[in-house]
Design a protein around this ligand. Structure first.
Ligand code: ADP
Ligand code: MG
Length: 281
């Protein structure tokens, strides 16, 4: 499989009052086309700084980022890169530009200079794929946070971006809104083959990823499948992440001599492994 994004020994320093601060510290990572990657990390670990480099919003202090083989440092390909990789941010209110939902989704395709008919088709298709078609004539202000984020995502779909980077898109949403976004993103990945990089500090959102990376202090400290990552409870807690309660329960049972498997993600699986343990007794 080929890579849509290649991050090669990238460092990012902020300079404030003449003091340099390293937010991303010599990070390397390849994002495969069509994959679903989750980056977990507590506040201040460098996730947003890294995310903004993935489509060229931030340029690395050192190292290199390639998007489909094009360096983000090259101004000539800046626009091409922005048409491949899009970003969704935390605050749903800062991302919508128009006063009607369908106009908002049309904004990107209009900037691409497409024919009105093509724009119309793309907007309808994009709104359907995020389950927001019935709201096409609504005012974004009247929508919930989760609905607004889905409109922002529809805007990316309508531009036919290949890769979506979502930087804590659920942080300001209630559990229902969070589930809407996670399910939408998962469907886009599985059904439309969109490459997804989801940045979050909610571990449950990593359940369906192909690959999970944990970031701390500007570096990746773990990289694996959700199951491999989740069973490492001590490590996750040591970097300030909240472990799902089911995972912690299995971990604590093991600490107390009850040897149940710990590489389990859902409530249903947890019930099964505890049930199996009790039957053996
Ligand atoms: P995260 O998204 O994981 O919370 P950030 O990438 O936002 O982390 O921040 C990483 C580190 O860089 C933090 O210590 C933060 O204070 C610092 N930082 C972020 N943005 C700036 C900025 N504009 N100027 C100076 N320091 C910054
Ligand atoms: Mg952030």
């Amino acid at each position: 499989m080929s890579n849509i994004i290649e991050i090669k020994n990238v460092t990012y320093n902020y300079t404030e009052d003449d003091i340099e601060y390293t937010a991303v510290d010599d990070v390397s990572l390849n994002i495969e086309k069509g994959s679903f990657t989750v980056i977990l990390g507590h506040n201040g670990s460098g996730k947003s700084t890294l995310a903004k480099m993935m489509n060229g919003l931030n340029k690395p202090t050192s190292g290199e980022i390639l998007v489909d083989g094009m360096s983000t440092a090259n101004e000539e390909t800046e626009l091409l890169i922005k048409r491949k990789v899009g970003m969704v941010f935390q605050n749903p209110d800062n991302q919508l530009v128009a006063s009607i939902v369908e106009e908002d989704v049309a904004f990107g395709p209009e900037n691409l200079g497409l024919e009105p008919k093509v724009i119309r088709e793309r907007v309808d298709e994009a709104l359907k794929s995020v389950g927001m078609y019935e709201f096409k004539d609504s005012t974004p202000h009247h929508l919930s946070g989760g609905q607004k984020q889905r409109i922002a995502i529809a805007g990316m779909i309508a531009m036919k971006l290949e890769c979506l980077i979502l930087d804590e898109p659920t942080a300001m949403l209630d559990p229902k809104g969070r589930a809407e976004i996670v399910n939408t993103v998962l469907r886009l990945n599985k059904e439309n083959g969109m490459t997804v990089v989801l940045i979050t500090h909610y571990m449950e959102e990593a359940e369906n990823a192909d690959r999970v990376l944990v970031m701390n202090d500007g570096k990746f400290i773990a990289d694996g499948t959700p199951k491999e990552i989740f069973k490492n409870v001590a490590l996750l807690k040591s970097v300030g992440l909240d472990v799902p309660q089911t995972t912690e329960l299995l971990y604590e049972l093991n600490n107390n001599g009850i040897k149940v498997p710990t590489d389990v993600l859902s409530i249903e699986e947890t019930a099964k492994v505890i049930g199996a343990f009790l039957e053996e007794k």
